[in-house]
Unconditional design. Structure first.
Length: 92
């Protein structure tokens, strides 16, 4: 359904997984929006996927580019995890 309204396979899959988990935890703010697909469609000013604008070995600035917060949060969390793991590898 998310791909039919304009999301690519990766972003559609991530959003579906997050909304399903939220629904299973009693938060109905995700899947209920699927009854009105326009609420979940990429915004008209959607500029693309989140990107890293600036980065150091311990921090980064993520520009969400008008994408949903859940996609920007995943990008940021994945990058933070990479930084922690690489820091640990460098300490050995």
């Amino acid at each position: 359904a998310l791909q039919k309204i304009g999301w690519d396979e990766t972003d559609a899959s991530l959003q579906a997984e997050i909304m399903t988990c939220a629904e299973l935890c009693g938060n109905n703010q995700g899947l209920v929006k699927m009854y009105q697909p326009a609420l979940m469609a990429p915004s008209p000013d959607y500029a693309g996927k989140p990107i890293t604008e600036r980065e150091t070995s311990t921090s980064a600035v993520i520009n969400a580019n008008q994408s949903p917060g859940m996609l920007a949060a995943i990008t940021a969390a994945d990058l933070a995890a990479e930084k922690v793991l690489s820091k640990g590898e460098n300490d050995n």
